[in-house]
Design a binder for this molecule. Structure first.
Ligand SMILES: [Fe+2]
Ligand SMILES: [Fe+2]
Length: 133
């Protein structure tokens, strides 16, 4: 499980509040996988994770464009990579490959922590408390 800690704060209230929700969703997914939750419940959490992650990335990207963020292209390509991984995870789930989903849920956790501590932290420093337009 992924515990929220203050070192995950990047200093932008919009981004930090989104990240708390993302961490909660990734934890819900990990827990549902480990307790062999019903497939319908797994599918619901996966769908919510994909929807929320898409919306969160869009908010960060709008913010980057608003402030003319120099690292926009590289940051967006990290987002696009993860969205395609989550979509793959969803497909493998629908094919019934639960073992793959468990590995992927661990991967999601690691990706999220690494991205928040590096790319999003830099963005938070530059954006301060600005919100997307
Ligand atoms: Fe983020
Ligand atoms: Fe990001």
């Amino acid at each position: 499980m992924l515990a929220w800690s203050d070192d995950l704060d990047v200093g932008n209230p919009m981004i930090d509040s989104d990240h708390r929700h993302l961490v909660a969703l990734v934890n819900q997914l990990a827990e549902a996988l480990s307790t062999r939750e019903a497939p319908a419940e797994l599918g619901r959490i996966l769908g919510e994770l994909l929807t929320f992650t898409t919306a969160h990335f869009a908010r960060e990207e709008q913010l980057m464009q608003r402030i003319g963020y120099l690292d926009f292209a590289a940051h967006k390509s990290q987002h696009d990579g993860l969205l395609s991984d989550i979509a793959k995870l969803q497909r493998s789930f629908h094919r019934g490959e639960i073992a793959l989903s468990e590995r992927s849920s661990a991967f999601l956790c690691e990706w999220l922590l690494r991205h928040i501590r590096t790319s999003d932290r830099l963005l938070g420093k530059v954006a301060g408390s600005l919100v997307a337009a």
